[in-house]
Design a protein around this ligand. Structure first.
Ligand SMILES: Cc1ncc(COP(=O)(O)O)c(C=O)c1O
Length: 403
C-alpha cells in the first residue's frame, strides 16, 4: 500500500483520539522520546510475589517441612520460568526446581539460579554433557551405558541424576517390574550419583495407592541390596490433598505453588489455603452501544436482544485466552463481572456490559486474579477450560510484571 500524506495524517490523529478518552491520560499527551515496544492496552501477566511466598509456606506446613521440588516447567506455568525461580529461590522451603525443556534449565542457570535443577525432559549425549557441566540433573529411565563414565571423566565430577520409575502412568519411566537392571547398572558405576528416585501418579485415587505400593516395594528391594536411591519423591499438587502417605522424602508440586487448586473439589476442603499468584489483565480498547438486533463476533455469534453496551478487550486465543471463554467466562472491569459473548477471536474478545455505559476505553479488565469469583478456577469452572491450559497456554511473549 502506498503511504500518502493523507494516510499519515489520519494515522497520526488516531492516537490522541484514544489518549484523550483515557481517564488520567487526557491532557497528558507528551512528545514521544523513547520508542514504544508494547501498547499500554496490550494484555499483561502479573505475578504476585507475596502469594507465591504464602503458598510455599502453606505447602511446607502441609508436608511437615519436607523439601519442595518446585515444578516450574512450561515457562513457569505461564509466569516466566526465570521470574518464578527468582522469586522462589530465596525461600528455604524450596529445595530446587524441575523443568521439562533443556533450554528452561539453561535459562534458569543463566538467570543465576543456584539450587538443584532436575530436567524431566529428554536429552542426547551432548545435551547430557552440557547439562552436567551446568549442574543440571537428568531424569533417567533408559540404560546410559558408559556415557556417564565418559562425561564424569571429562568433567571431573560424577553425573548426579534421578531415576524415574513407571508404576502405572505408562509414559516415561522404566516399568517398575523391569527396573532392576537399570538401577543396578547405574548404582554400580562410580561415575554416577543417584540423587533421587521418583514416580508419577495417574491421579486415580484408588489406583494411586497401588502405584505407591509398587514404588515402595521396588525401592525397598534395591535398598536391601545397599543401593542408595537418594530422595524419593512422587507427590504433585493432587497428592498434597489426597495422599499424605506419598509425601516421602520430598514433594514435587507445580500448580499449588502458583496458588491454584488443581481440582475444583479441593477448594471446598480446608487442607491448603492457596492464593493465586497469577493474573491476566488488559485494558478496554473500545466500548459502544449495540442496537437491538445488531450482531457481534464472527458468524454473528451474538445478536443483541435489546440495546446494549459492549466492550472490546485486546485478548484472544492467540494470547492464551481459551475460545470456550465465550461459553460462560466473565471478565471483571471496575469491580463488576461481565460475560464474554460472541466468540473469542485470535486477538479480541467482547464483553456484554448491559444497558448502561459503565465501561470506558482504557479501563482495566481482569481475566483472572486472586479475587473470589475471578480466580483461575472460577474461569475454568465457568467455561470448562482446564486451569493448566489457562496458565500454561499464556503467550510467552506477553509482558510479565512482578507485583
Ligand atoms: C513429573 C511431574 N511431576 C510433578 C508435576 C506437577 O504437577 P502439578 O502442577 O499438578 O502439581 C508435573 C506436572 O505435570 C509433572 O509432570
Amino acid at each position: 500500500m502506498k503511504h500518502s500524506r493523507r494516510a499519515f495524517l489520519e494515522a497520526g490523529l488516531a492516537l490522541p483520539a484514544v489518549i484523550n478518552s483515557v481517564p488520567g491520560l487526557a491532557g497528558a499527551w507528551q512528545p514521544i522520546t523513547a520508542p514504544s515496544q508494547d501498547s499500554s492496552f496490550d494484555p499483561w501477566v502479573e505475578i504476585h510475589r507475596e502469594n507465591l511466598r504464602h503458598n510455599v509456606a502453606e505447602i511446607s506446613r502441609r508436608v511437615s517441612s519436607r523439601p519442595i521440588l518446585a515444578v516450574v516447567k512450561n515457562n513457569g506455568y505461564g509466569m516466566g520460568v526465570a521470574n518464578v525461580a527468582q522469586l522462589l529461590e530465596p525461600q528455604p522451603e524450596i529445595f530446587g526446581f524441575a523443568v521439562v525443556k533443556l533450554h528452561e534449565a539453561f535459562s534458569l542457570r543463566d538467570a543465576g539460579t543456584r539450587k538443584p535443577i532436575l530436567l524431566l525432559g529428554p536429552f542426547d549425549e551432548q545435551n547430557l554433557s552440557d547439562a552436567v557441566a551446568r549442574d543440571i540433573l537428568p531424569m533417567v529411565y533408559t540404560r546410559l551405558g558408559p556415557v556417564p563414565d565418559k562425561i564424569a571423566a571429562k568433567m571431573q565430577k560424577p553425573v548426579s541424576l534421578h531415576i524415574c520409575i513407571d508404576t502405572g502412568i505408562g509414559r516415561v519411566g522404566v516399568p517398575y517390574h523391569q527396573a532392576a537392571p537399570l538401577v543396578r547398572d547405574l548404582a554400580a558405576r562410580k561415575s554416577v550419583r543417584i540423587a533421587g528416585t521418583m514416580m508419577t501418579f495417574t491421579e486415580d485415587p484408588d489406583f494411586d495407592k497401588e502405584q505407591l505400593r509398587r514404588f515402595s516395594e521396588t525401592c525397598s528391594v534395591f535398598e536391601k541390596e545397599g543401593i542408595t536411591l537418594g530422595k524419593k519423591h512422587a507427590a504433585s499438587s493432587f497428592s498434597l490433598f489426597q495422599h499424605p502417605e506419598a509425601f516421602l522424602d520430598m514433594v514435587r508440586p507445580g500448580m499449588a505453588i502458583y496458588g491454584i487448586y488443581s481440582e475444583n473439589e479441593f477448594r471446598h476442603t480446608n487442607i491448603l489455603d492457596l492464593r493465586p499468584a497469577i493474573s491476566l489483565k488488559a485494558r478496554v480498547i473500545y466500548a459502544k452501544k449495540l442496537r437491538k438486533g445488531d450482531s457481534a463476533g464472527y458468524n454473528r455469534a451474538y445478536i443483541a436482544k435489546d440495546d446494549v453496551w459492549v466492550a472490546t478487550i485486546p485478548v484472544g486465543h492467540a494470547d492464551g485466552w481459551p475460545r470456550t471463554a465465550a461459553k460462560g467466562a466473565k471478565v471483571r472491569i471496575n469491580g463488576d463481572l461481565y460475560p464474554v459473548i460472541a466468540s473469542v477471536s485470535a486477538s479480541h474478545c467482547i464483553v456484554e456490559v448491559g444497558p448502561e455505559e459503565k465501561v470506558k476505553i482504557g479501563d482495566v479488565a481482569t481475566f483472572f486474579d486472586a479475587q473470589p469469583s475471578s480466580r483461575p478456577e472460577d474461569v475454568s469452572e465457568s467455561c470448562s477450560a482446564s486451569v493448566y491450559d489457562l496458565t500454561m497456554h499464556l503467550n510467552p511473549l506477553l509482558p510479565r510484571r512482578i507485583v
